[in-house]
Design a protein around this ligand. Structure first.
Ligand SMILES: [Cu+2]
Length: 177
């Protein structure tokens, strides 16, 4: 009885000492663990996309239009664009392409080329005017893209290039300097 109590006391003491020892070690290692923590937060940044601003965009119900036809961001900031395809009609599949211009000829060029690009490419053509684009969003689906806003203030067009949509489904990204 007495012996087992002593053993228990000894064990408690030992665990206590170990605890102090481990805490001291942990303290000593803290600069290193801080470094690895910031390292892992950096890699998280790359994966999930750190951003300065989040914008949500939707279509106007089952129409071939964006509900928001003007979005405003700051020059050079990192923007996370979330496209929430609230449409219910099966034919209302959309995407969002952000262009480096609002030149109507370029919008038409990209819009028509999108159809040729095909579904496997998400109807996104290979065109230098495209800053960023979302994947295709089926009705009820939410997609997103993170991009860096142009450094130059001005008006930039965003457009859906699902076949037949580009001429109707456009908006203006206003970049403020
Ligand atoms: Cu569309």
């Amino acid at each position: 009885m007495m012996r087992s109590m002593l053993r228990t006391a000894y064990t408690v003491l030992l665990v206590g000492i170990l605890g102090v020892f481990l805490a001291a070690c942990g303290g000593g290692e803290s600069p290193e663990s801080d470094a690895s923590a910031s390292e892992s937060s950096e890699s998280t940044t790359e994966q999930s996309g750190d951003f300065d601003r989040e914008i949500t965009l939707q279509p106007e119900g089952n129409q071939m239009r964006f509900a928001e036809t003007e979005l405003t961001v700051e020059a050079g900031e990192t923007v996370r664009l979330v496209f929430d395809n609230v449409a219910e009609s099966p034919s209302m599949v959309h995407n969002v392409l952000i262009l480096n211009t609002n030149d109507e000829d370029v919008v038409e060029r990209v819009g028509t080329a999108g159809q040729s690009a095909g579904e496997s490419e998400g109807y996104v053509p290979d065109d230098d005017a495209i800053i960023a684009h979302t994947p295709l969003a089926q009705p009820g689906e939410t997609v997103e893209v993170t991009f860096t806003a142009p450094e130059e203030s001005g008006e930039y067009t965003y457009v859906c290039t699902y076949p037949g949509h580009w001429s109707m489904m456009q908006g203006t990204l206003v970049v403020e300097g």
